[in-house]
Design a protein around this ligand. Structure first.
Ligand SMILES: [Zn+2]
Ligand SMILES: [Zn+2]
Length: 102
């Protein structure tokens, strides 16, 4: 199963098209823009994990069946279910601990 390339930042709703170089994801594919990840101090408000840049899917089918055209990005916009206060509280608790030790 391919990564679900979500179309927006869960926090500020910025568009994050498939080729975006500022799209960040956590292990559950929670998707935020780089500025919001900085604001969250690399703590996902949904799961507490860290973020990594979202890999860019090739637009060209270099191998059969594997391209953005054949495995398109999601069009379902996702919005954070946590409040800003809840997100800040978790960031405060976890930001000092590296993701590998959370
Ligand atoms: Zn954002
Ligand atoms: Zn997460």
């Amino acid at each position: 199963m391919a990564l679900e390339l979500r179309p927006n930042c869960e926090s500020c709703d910025l568009d994050l098209p498939a080729g975006s170089q500022i799209a960040m994801i956590c292990t559950y594919e929670c998707t935020f823009c780089l500025a919001c990840v900085d604001g969250l101090r690399n703590v996902c408000p949904n799961c507490g994990g860290g973020f990594t840049p979202r890999p860019i899917r090739p637009s060209t089918g270099w191998r059969p069946g594997l391209s953005l055209a054949q495995r398109p990005a999601s069009t379902v916009r996702v919005h954070m279910s946590r409040t800003a206060a809840e997100a800040a509280e978790l960031s405060e608790r976890l930001a000092g601990t590296p993701p590998s030790e959370r």
